[in-house]
Design a protein around this ligand. Structure first.
Ligand code: ZN
Length: 337
């Protein structure tokens, strides 16, 4: 991969290419944004462009020896570090500072990429600050962070700060299509499954398809008030493992909200087809739209969002789920079918 091939954050890409083109590479940079894996890809490819022997001068060729070595993490002049434990250890910083005093081994630049730079505690950051204050022209430090506010202002003021945006669903969709995913599948995967670049590499159509189908089934049970106990028991069962339950429930709220949104669209305009997010379920959604009304749909969406919030706040999931099911339909009704 090269800088040009990275998806999203075009402005950051333009800035980095500008540094390379004008041969004015800052000695310290901060990449701040919500997706650490994406920032790492940018940092690694920027390092490749700096070390590349055959590229254009402002991007990597992706084939020469340094390019390939950097991809494998084996290039001596590019060092990627991450905290050893909750914070960077003092020993790690000492090593970093020592190697920052040496000349590059193969190229003109030595690049240090620090992942989770917000996890440099104050004493580590102060030790590191000296290195930043007396930069060796050959060193480039790239600090990656998901939380710029946690980086000491004294460090921030010595760095060029590049802010990253999350990928838009349009960018995700184009990227999936570029990777050969069918356009309709790419559209749905972009909406439901892939928010980060790391998700993209895992995006699995079969898995999403199964989840959508099963959530349509849950929604149908809620609307028809039939076999609601099964929904309840399934959620109870899952709530035993808190972490996976929250992830599951978040996804459930997301998928069901979008199905409900489609139901609302169909209530307003039964001929709508193109504006549905799940056009393949149109027939079933029409059936469900006939069984409910806008107020109930709004109620359900709001209630599920509150429920997700409360569960994340560590309240008792079982009590909340029961309360949710009962509030949507009185217990007597929930038993009926
Ligand atoms: Zn190269």
């Amino acid at each position: 991969m090269s800088l040009a091939e990275l998806i999203g954050n075009t402005r950051v890409k333009t800035t980095l290419s500008g540094y390379l083109r004008n041969e004015r590479v800052p000695s310290s940079l901060i990449f701040a944004g919500p997706d650490p894996y994406h920032q790492l890809l940018f940092a690694q490819n920027f390092a490749k462009a700096l070390a590349c022997q055959k590229g254009s001068g402002f991007d990597a060729c992706d084939r020469c020896r340094p390019c390939l070595a950097i991809d494998r993490g084996l290039f001596p002049d590019v060092q990627v570090m991450e905290p050893d434990g909750q914070f960077y250890r003092k020993g790690q910083l000492d090593e970093l500072i020592a190697s920052a005093c040496r000349r590059p081994m193969q190229g003109e630049k030595r690049v240090f990429i620090l992942r989770d730079a917000q996890r440099l505690n104050e004493s580590a950051a102060n030790a590191f600050l000296k290195t930043l204050e007396e930069p060796l022209a050959s060193n480039v430090f790239i600090l990656l962070t998901t939380n710029l506010n946690l980086i000491l202002p004294t460090i921030q003021s010595r760095c060029q700060i590049l802010k990253f945006l999350p990928l838009s669903s349009h960018e995700v969709r184009l990227e999936l299509q570029r990777r050969g995913v069918d356009p309709e599948k790419a559209r749905l995967l972009a909406i439901f499954s892939a928010d980060t670049v790391e998700d993209l590499t895992r995006a699995d159509w079969g898995e999403l398809e199964e989840k959508r189908r099963s959530m349509l089934c849950v929604l149908e049970r809620l609307i028809r008030q039939s076999e609601v106990e099964d929904v309840l028991l399934d959620l109870y069962d899952r709530s035993r493992v808190r972490e996976s339950f929250i992830a599951y429930f978040r996804e459930m709220v997301n998928l069901i909200s979008v199905l409900l949104r489609d139901i609302m669209v169909l209530m307003v305009d039964p001929a709508a087809g193109g504006t549905l997010i799940n056009p393949d379920y149109k027939e079933k959604l029409m059936e469900l739209a006939a069984l409910t009304d806008i107020d109930k749909v709004f109620f359900l969406i709001r209630k599920m969002e509150f429920l997700l919030r409360d569960i994340q706040r560590n309240l008792n999931a079982r009590v909340l789920i029961l309360e949710f099911i009962n509030s949507y339909a009185p217990v007597g009704m929930a038993r009926g079918a």
